[in-house]
Write a protein of this length. Structure first.
Length: 298
């Protein structure tokens, strides 16, 4: 794969996560509980990703690699639980803001574990990105923020950072489909321990929730780990954390087009700031400086 495709892969993985909150809200409106929604997502995602894998060439991994991938599925599953709990008491745009704290948490992890001291350009990018996220969420009434929802959202951000960190440390040449299938398996095991999968034995409920479970499973379990397993080992957790910022503007767009929520001008400016922050981080500062100096000298 071309090296330019690795950042795109992580970016698209973030877009997938931006879709989820809208469909979770629709499932809640239809009368399903957080437990039913969460287990259906990971169950359908598990089935989908293993079906995809079985249709491709088979690859072998050793026990250590398999164990590491299953372990990576634990924070992957916990992120779903925490985030969907936060969506019970927070609106979609606010819940994703708390989840979005993985941006600076990811930079802290990058420094603590990889000894990568953030550059001034990176710090500036994160400041712009977080400022944009505040505008995009349209936070104007602090009294409407649920304490419980906020805590769940921050827990989701922390577990998501751990998942990204583990994903970036996985062996680069391991087959992406098998990696994502094992991560999904680890996620389903974690979810099943916390939320016993009782919907499996209730065929009526399973059929009713199937449309939501399929969509959430595809965009939340099957596809993102596949995309992250391709790109994260090459871009690293620091850059990867910023690329997955794509989920915020996608969440805002989906809430507007599907849920009919009003999007204000300040939110549009917030999305613009987020995209500018990603572009700023992705630019090679030395090349950019050389370009301006060269232009000035002409």
């Amino acid at each position: 794969m071309n090296s330019r495709h690795y950042p795109l892969s992580v970016f698209l993985g973030g877009c997938c996560y931006g879709i989820l909150s809208t469909f979770v809200k629709l499932a809640y409106t239809a009368g399903f509980t957080v437990q039913q929604v969460t287990i259906s997502q990971y169950l359908f995602g598990f089935i989908l990703i293993w079906c995809f894998y079985l249709l491709t060439a088979k690859h072998a991994l050793n026990i250590k690699q398999i164990s590491k991938l299953l372990l990576t599925g634990t924070p992957f599953g916990l992120t779903g639980i925490f985030y969907y709990q936060s969506l019970q008491t927070l609106n979609a745009s606010l819940a994703i803001i708390f989840l979005f704290q993985f941006v600076w948490i990811g930079s802290v992890f990058d420094y603590l574990f990889n000894k990568h001291l953030p550059s001034l350009q990176k710090i500036l990018s994160i400041i712009i990105l977080l400022l944009g996220s505040m505008f995009a969420a349209n936070i104007s009434s602090p009294q409407n923020i649920s304490m419980a929802g906020s805590i769940w959202g921050l827990l989701a951000a922390f577990s998501y950072t751990i998942f990204s960190f583990l994903s970036s440390s996985i062996k680069k040449n391991a087959p992406p489909l098998l990696k994502s299938a094992l991560i999904a398996t680890g996620g389903l095991i974690t979810i099943s321990i916390i939320y016993p999968p009782t919907i499996v034995i209730d065929s009526t409920l399973l059929l009713q929730i199937a449309p939501y479970g399929f969509l959430l499973g595809f965009f939340g379990v099957a596809l993102p780990p596949f995309l992250f397993s391709i790109g994260m080992p090459h871009v690293g957790i620091g850059f990867g954390s910023l690329l997955t910022a794509s989920e915020l503007p996608i969440a805002i767009i989906m809430s507007m087009s599907v849920l009919g929520e009003t999007v204000y001008l300040s939110q549009i400016w917030g999305i613009v700031l987020i995209l500018l922050a990603i572009i700023l981080y992705n630019l090679k500062f030395n090349k950019l400086l050389s370009f301006f100096l060269h232009t000035k000298s002409q």
